[in-house]
Structure formats: C-alpha cells, structure tokens
Ligand binder design. Structure first.
Ligand code: HEM
Length: 409
C-alpha cells in the first residue's frame, strides 16, 4: 500500500480491472448485491459491501466503523512524509477530533455562504466558455476546456491561492487519486509521495505568510484557527486541511460535470434542459445517484460485527460501494434507469452521516452553473465520441476526456 493510499482503496477488484468494466461496473454491482452482498476479497485483503442499507450503515455508524486506516490490523506505516498529513485530516479522523477540525471550515462551505458565490462562479464559467469557443470550432474536449479548470479555479479563489498555479494542482490531484496497482504501481506510488511533498512545501509557505499577515480568505481562517482548548491548529494539520480541500473537490467536481454531460447526451436532454435552472439542479442530483463521481469509500471495523450474515472482525477493512448502493432496487424504483426528474432521496453520492461531504453545496452549485452556462451558450450540443477512457482510479468515477460537438457561431 502506498503512503498516498492509506485506505488501501487503490487496488481494483478483479472484476473491474479492464477499462471497459470500470466504465460500466453496474452489472457487476448487481451480481454482487444479489449473490454476495457482503464478501471478503483475499486479493485485496478487504470486505466489499454492496447493498444500500449496509453501505449506509458502514459509512455512518461511527461507533462500529472507523475512518482511520491506522485501526486496520494490517496497517503498515509506509513512512512517506505526506502520510501523516493526510491521515490527520477530518476525512480520516473519527469524532471528537473530526468534529473539531470540520468546525474550522464548516461555515465557509455552508449553503448560505456558498450561495453568495453564484455570480462570481457564472463569471468564471463565462470566461472559460469565451476562451473555449474562441479557440475551438465546433468540437472541444469538455474536460480540458471547462470541467477540469472550473473547480480548480473556484477552490483556488476560495482558499486564496494564486490561480496561476492551477496546472500544478491538476498534476497533484490526479497523481494522488491514480490507481497504484498493476505494473506501474511502484512508479505511481513514488510519484504520489513526491506530489505530497511538493504540495506540503507549497502550502507551508502560504500558511506561514497568512499567520503573519491574515487576509479575508480561507487559508487565513485555517492558518489562524483556534481549537477549543485555546491552542492554534498545529501547522501539520493546517497543511493537511489545505491539501484535503484541494484534492477532495477537484477531480470529483470535474467528473460530476462530465458525467452529467454524458448522461444528458445519452438521453438527448440538452435542448430540454437549456434555460431550465431548477430542472438542471434536479438532474444533477440524479447524476450523483446514477454515475456517482465517488463510487467507493473505506472503513475499518472497530469491533467484531455481523453484517449481511458475515462476521467481520475488529481491524478488518471494508470497502462500501456507494455506486452500488445508488443502484439498489430496494431503495430506488427502476434503479438502472437515468430518470432526469427523479429527484432521488437517499442517494449516497456525497456519503452520509458524520463525514457527509463538506463541499456538497459548492459542488452542486458549480455543476448547476457549469451546465446551465454551457447549455445557454451553445446550440446543437451532442456527444462526439463514444470510445471513452475511464479516470484511472478504483474509487473516483468519470472519463479522462469527453469530446462534444456544437454548432459553431
Ligand atoms: C467527503 C464526495 C466535492 C470536500 C466526501 C465524501 C464523499 C464525497 C462521498 C464522504 C467520505 C467518507 O464518508 O469517507 C464528493 C463528490 C464531490 C465532492 C462526489 C463532487 C461532485 C467536494 C468539494 C469539496 C469537498 C467541492 C471541498 C471543496 C470534502 C471533505 C470531505 C468530503 C473535506 C470530508 C468530510 C468529513 O470527513 O467530515 N466527499 N465530494 N468535496 N468532501 Fe466531498
């Protein structure tokens, strides 16, 4: 396991190792949900959980399941410099430490504060569209031109880091979620450690600067945060928090926008949705269910527990398949159909419980703004290629590029 993969999530189950399988893992999920809803995979040293009710329990029952991989009986410290940084973030901390860390940034990502960003987000997306339409003539790659740069620029602005550094952010965030298995595994793992080191040095300088000269940005909030005992947030944890915010919200939101365009294109919905702000918001929710950008999350059993008739021992690892839970017909009627106005309740695309995605309001807003601006600016929109390559990650779900066609002005 690499230091950037403390969860041990970055190995594909055997059934999903081929790119085509990872583009459409849903039949395999169904087979597992019906035949082996809770099963142990010796190759990955982990349990897999597939049904909605079980997945929801595993990700939200903090008493029984921990997010901290250090509780796994097979946890080996990889010793990479960045390891502790990531493991000490809220994502891998159980309450009460989790709650204290999350409280520092909760306000900045609240629906009320995020809603105020809408005009600026429209302006940013408008600029990206201006550039993309000026440099392309009837076809473009949605990912490169719009869906990738948009969330990076937004989070850079929210944090207060220079947006010129965004090419660098892309490299770091892609490297950290890449699958570190197969032949290239060692090389990928080495690159992941290098990325963590580089990110750490980068943010260290910015945090130092904000401690001395606080500004009106999130970096300053983090750099000067006070904990309940009156102490300031240790530098290492401040660093980890910055890295987490950068990584957690980029490729995920890129893939939400891209997966949405893929769904809309496949169901001939572009014209129907153009100009319909509310309908687009509802459609984004169905995309989060139907092609969730995060397909899986991990936990470690804190005590012996029975789940789906299987006995899981204290210290065992579990992978909770959010993407499978979202297709469970026990929870959703016609679960394998994309129903644009379904307004699904209970999807697990942003998780559930204590660790429910902090960035959910921002991600929803970004997706709605990106899609509504795109649909209002171009006519004749269609998918231009059906030969797609998946994001190379066993838990992040999307495609590397999505060529689209439109009527050139
Ligand atoms: C947590 C998905 C965007 C920050 C999570 C979790 C999921 C998720 C499934 C739960 C993890 C768990 O239970 O172990 C997504 C998706 C996104 C997205 C699908 C985009 C479509 C963002 C954005 C940000 C963000 C934009 C911030 C800028 C976080 C953080 C956590 C988290 C900090 C950890 C929360 C905690 O441990 O309390 N996200 N996320 N995410 N997300 Fe997101």
């Amino acid at each position: 396991m690499s230091s950037a993969d403390p969860q041990g999530i970055q190995a594909f189950p055997e059934a999903l190792t081929e790119p085509d399988a990872w583009l459409e893992p849903f039949e395999w999920y169904q087979e597992m949900r019906e035949g082996s809803p809770v099963r142990y995979d010796p190759a990955r040293g982990s349990w897999d959980v597939f049904r909605h009710a079980d997945v929801k329990r595993v990700i939200s029952d903090d008493e029984t399941f921990s997010v901290d991989p250090r509780n796994a009986s097979d946890f080996v410290e990889a010793g990479g410099e960045g390891e502790g940084l990531i493991l000490d973030t809220m994502l891998f901390q159980d309450p009460p430490r989790h709650d204290e860390l999350r409280a520092i940034v909760e306000e900045a990502f609240s629906p009320r504060v995020v809603a105020e960003l809408e005009p600026r987000l429209r302006e940013l997306m408008g600029d990206l569209l201006d550039d993309a339409l000026a440099t392309n003539d009837g076809t473009m790659d949605l990912v490169d031109e719009l869906a990738y740069p948009f969330p990076v620029i937004v989070i850079a602005e929210v944090l207060g880091v220079p947006s010129e550094d965004r090419a660098q952010f892309r490299e770091w965030s892609e490297s950290l979620v890449a699958a570190a298995d197969g032949e290239a595994g060692a090389e990928v793992a080495e690159r992941q450690q290098a990325s963590q080191r580089e990110m750490a040095m980068y943010f260290l300088e910015l945090i130092e600067d904000r401690r001395e000269n606080p500004r009106d940005d999130l970096l300053s909030t983090i750099a000067t945060a006070e904990l309940s005992d009156g102490s300031t947030l240790p530098q290492q944890e401040a660093l980890g928090m910055c890295m987490l915010l950068l990584i957690a919200g980029n490729i995920t939101t890129t893939n939400l926008i891209t997966n949405a365009v893929r769904c809309f294109g496949n169901h001939d919905l572009f014209a129907e949705l153009a100009g319909e702000e509310n309908a687009i918001g509802t459609a984004v929710e169905e995309v989060l269910r139907y092609r969730a950008p995060v397909q899986a999350m991990t936990r470690v059993a804190r005590s012996d527990v029975t789940l789906g008739g299987e006995t899981i021992e204290e210290g065992d690892r579990l992978v909770a398949w959010l993407g499978s839970a979202n297709r469970d017909s026990r929870q959703f009627a016609t679960a394998d159909e994309f129903v644009v106005d379904r307004a699904p309740t209970g999807h697990l695309g942003f998780g559930h419980g204590t660790h429910y995605c902090l960035g959910a309001p921002l991600a929803r807003l970004e997706a709605r703004v990106a899609l509504s601006e795109l649909l209002s600016r171009v006519d004749g929109l269609a998918l231009a290629d059906t030969d797609l390559s998946p994001t190379r990650s066993s838990f992040i779900y999307g495609v590397e590029s999505l060529p689209i066609r439109y009527d050139a002005a």
